[in-house]
Design a protein around this ligand. Structure first.
Ligand code: HEM
Length: 195
């Protein structure tokens, strides 16, 4: 953004003014705050219910990070934490629905979509569809992500927590890193339970 606000030869037509930069900051704040806190809240809830997973995650965190502040190398080794975060995003996706507006009349599969019509993509429903995720679609089973996101369901794009395509979430890598770091530091210090 700082680069985009500077006067250079290459960004003459795309230069951002101060108002536009402030708007971008607001977008980042809004898009990145509630979503991440939502993910952490549901993850803590799920780990409180599933003590077996909490124990396994604690062991992983203590083995890989000890009691220190986890750096990015150590966070990358938290495989089970990653599985649990993905499963939390599937069951309780912070963004439950997305929309796309048809820029022209178009055919989508066997549907005709007229120009300007809004198409809804019901993430929360897709994430719990037994057709894609199998009979245990409503259950907490982080192991389904063991072979990667695209192999977790019967359709490679059934996991849509961060959207898909050219408008996919720009903050997704940061969000996962942030969530892993916070969760690791919570698990280093606390035990979670539902009272
Ligand atoms: C668990 C955390 C997050 C979730 C579940 C999430 C989810 C999403 C989803 C579903 C979209 C719409 C994608 C699409 O239309 O295909 C989106 C867009 C976006 N997200 Fe995130 N997000 C998260 C964290 C963040 C963070 C931390 C940031 C920034 C620091 C961020 C910035 C954005 C921005 C700027 C867009 C708009 C992208 C565009 O329209 O080009 N998000 N996010």
């Amino acid at each position: 953004m700082i680069e985009a606000s500077e006067n250079t030869e290459s960004n003459k037509s795309t230069k951002l003014n101060m108002d536009e930069i402030v708007e971008e900051c607001k977008t980042f704040f809004l898009a990145g705050h509630e979503t991440s806190s939502n993910l952490l809240t549901w993850t803590v809830f799920l780990l409180s219910l599933h003590q077996d997973w909490q124990t396994r995650l604690k062991e992983e965190v203590l083995k890989e990070c000890g009691m220190g502040i986890p750096d990015s190398d150590r966070l990358a080794r938290l495989r089970l934490v990653n599985l649990v975060l993905l499963e939390a995003l599937r069951l309780y996706c912070p963004v439950v629905e997305m929309f796309r507006e048809a820029s022209k009349d178009m055919k989508l599969g066997n549907l005709m979509i007229p120009k300007n019509v809004l198409v809804s993509i019901p993430l929360a429903k897709i994430h719990r569809s037994k057709e894609y995720w199998g009979e245990d679609a409503n259950e907490f089973n982080p192991n389904r992500f063991t072979n990667g996101i695209s192999k977790a369901a019967k359709h490679p794009n059934a996991f849509l927590a961060f959207g898909m395509g050219p408008r996919t979430c720009v903050g997704q890598n940061f969000a996962m890193l942030e969530a892993k770091a916070v969760l690791a530091m919570v698990l280093q210090r606390f035990s979670l339970s539902v009272i």
